[in-house]
Design a protein around this ligand. Sequence first.
Ligand code: CTP
Ligand code: MN
Ligand code: MN
Length: 505
Amino acid sequence: MVPLKRRKMVHAGSLNTETNVCGGTEPTKFPQLVLFLLERKMGASRRAFLSQLGRRKGFQVDDLFSENVTHVICENNSGEEVRMWLEAQQRRQGELHLLDVSWYTESMRHGFPVEIHHRHKIQDVAVNAADVAPFSVPSYACQRRTTLGNHNPVLTDALSLLAEKAELSGEDGRGVAFRRAAAVLKALPSAVSNMSQLTGLPCLGDHSLKVIKDILKTGASSEVESTKASERFKELKVLTGIFGVGTKTADRWIREGITNLQQLRDSGQTLNRSQQAGLQHYDDINQPVSKAEADAIREIVERAVASVLPGAQTVLTGGFRRGKLTGHDVDFLITHPEEGCVVGLMPKLVCWLESRGLLLYQKTTRNSYLESEDGPGRPASNIDRFERCLSIFKLPTGGNADLQEAGEDSGPSEKDGAPGRRWRAVRVDLVVSPISQFAFALLGWTGSKLFERELRRWAGHERGMSLSSHALYDNKQGKYLRASSEEEIFAHLGLEYVPPSERNA
Ligand code: CTP
Ligand code: MN
Ligand code: MN
């Protein structure tokens, strides 16, 4: 910003009265600000209109660009265009705010200069050619640090939607390809402005590149837009939104003419226990779980665990451990520092919760991986010890919610969606691990799903190892590699440690 003193000297008028080129003398309410509207793309008449509006509101809006200007307002200009124009003015950009017209119109509406947010700033202002140089990222997502914020949300949302479409159509390979492409863009240090920046990046196939190109060129991808509008896509999303319903079942129902929840209810289809619960609590389960709700459930689970096995530890895993603010469920991993202690823990835990009316549904399973697989990654002594429970919690809500309340509450307000209801249904995953496998279970249940997939791919392809949520097996040495922390597992794999908040691939 130009120091106030310097501006005072340049201007002839008093601090509070500026003579503008339009001739009118208006009081200036905000002497620190000198605005300039870029005519390019905005057009002369709109510029004149907006300038006068600003002056009427007490802003100083100069018609000529000078060193006094503190804020340049642009409409529909790319960062590159603004930079070129600025270079021609021979004034260094560092002293200036380069803002979108939205900041100006919001300020007009409020009658004062509103706070400058990221969305107001002109993006991708490249100061020198190095800023448009090609990006470079390592091939595997587990070699990268991927935070929740990302510089290319429009592109990553588009590719994620196409991944979802592929997954819903049973095309898992194609789904993974789109997920990998999206993950590469999530890891970029700034917004993509030109296709040439993508040269040499891993995991970007022709299809993904076409989608990116369309969006950079026209602002949208026709394939993404037509997918969003597609009836089949919408129907598959609704039906697979039912807990317990996968893509195969949804596809069969659609072929039988069942395309929405009401038709399903009316159809007399036989539903299994999880599908019945999923249909009954559909709205709750499809409403994102907040961090506050996750914390409330954590308190309940901790209390339950402490009461059935003193000394046992409960860790929040999944998306919430990665720092997400919402999730589709809440994931917990439970262990005990003494090996062998957790045997029989899950049934007791479920019993404790059920007796207090806190479970709307639960299904406990032994780990199928251990039952179905032979060979590496299967420590024989651990059969039956690694259990998980997929559940739907009845979470008490509202002011002085008490553990008992959910269970006691009955009558009309019991029904899902009923007014005055003081609970909500939340999907909760509980996993119990012996301490010897805890680090592997923690790494395996923290996600993201793609990060996990990439860790296993790295282990297999680059290290000749097999990684699971139970163990790490070195195929060359023919032995298991022990670890008591996630850091040790990354070290075994020859990877730099990536903390949970940077595993959002
Ligand atoms: N997971 C798993 N086996 C399953 C289901 C999940 O190992 N049958 C792992 C996933 O690999 C993931 C973690 O559990 O690392 C959490 O999965 P999930 O709850 O589906 O995803 P989140 O990342 O927690 O996302 P959200 O916030 O939407 O729940
Ligand atoms: Mn989760
Ligand atoms: Mn889960």
